[in-house]
Design a protein around this ligand. Sequence first.
Ligand code: AMP
Length: 234
Amino acid sequence: MGKLSLILFGPPGSGKGTQAKLLKQSLGIAHISTGDMLRERVASGDPLGQEVAGIMQAGGLVPDETVNRLVEDRITAPDCEKGFILDGFPRTVNQARLLEGLLEAKGIRPLVIHLEVDYNVIIARISGRRQCPTCGAVYSANANAPCVSEVCDYCGSTLVIRPDDREEVVGERLRAYDQQTAPVLKFLRETGVRVWDVRGDDDSPQSIARRLEGLIQEDRRNHRRPPDAETGAV
Ligand code: AMP
C-alpha cells in the first residue's frame, strides 16, 4: 500500500490536533503540526521564533516561505517514511501549491479530511482549552479535562491558556481562516484531490477518530494505485 499523506483541514478548534494525535497512534504515521513546530521555535527563542512570535500572538498567519521551508524539511525526516498527517498545513493557496509539487515529486496522492464544526462549538472549545507549558499536553473542559483542575496529568505543571486562544485573538484567527484558509479547500478540490467532509462535533473524539479510520480505509481500498511496473509496489 502506498504512503499515506493525510491533510486534516478545518478551522481553529475543529479538532485537527486531537484527531491527528489519535490517528498517529492507530495508523503509526508521523504527525506534522506546523503550529506546534512554530510554538517550539518561539519557546526556544531562536531567530525564526523571534520573527514569528508577534504574528502568532496576534492571530495572523506566518509568511508562506517560512512555513513552506519548515514543512519541506520535515517531510523528509525518517519518521515520515510510512506517511504523515498534516495538521494546520496548508493554510493558504500558496502553501497548497508547494505541497502539491512536493507530493507529486514523491508520487504521493494526498487525502483531505475536512472537519466541519458548528461556530458555537468552536468558540466553546477554544475558550475551554488549556495547555501544559512543559510537555505540551492539551486539555479541554468537556472532552478531556485534567484529573486535577488546571494541573497536567502527565507532568504536574500548571496549565495555561495558549496566548492565541485569548478571546481578543480568536476573532482574528477565525478571520484568517475564512479569508486565507477556506479558499484552499476549493483549490484542492479543483486540482482533483479527494476531500471528505466529516462532522467533527457530534460525537466523542475517540468515536470521531474511528469514523475517520473507516473513511481512510475505504478510500485506500477504492483508490489503490496500479502496481508499479518495475517494483510491483502499490
Ligand atoms: P495552530 O496550532 O495550527 O492553530 O497554529 C497556531 C498559529 O501558528 C496560527 O494561528 C498561525 O499564526 C501559525 N501557523 C500554524 N500553521 C501555519 C501555517 N500553515 N501557515 C501560517 N501560519 C501558521
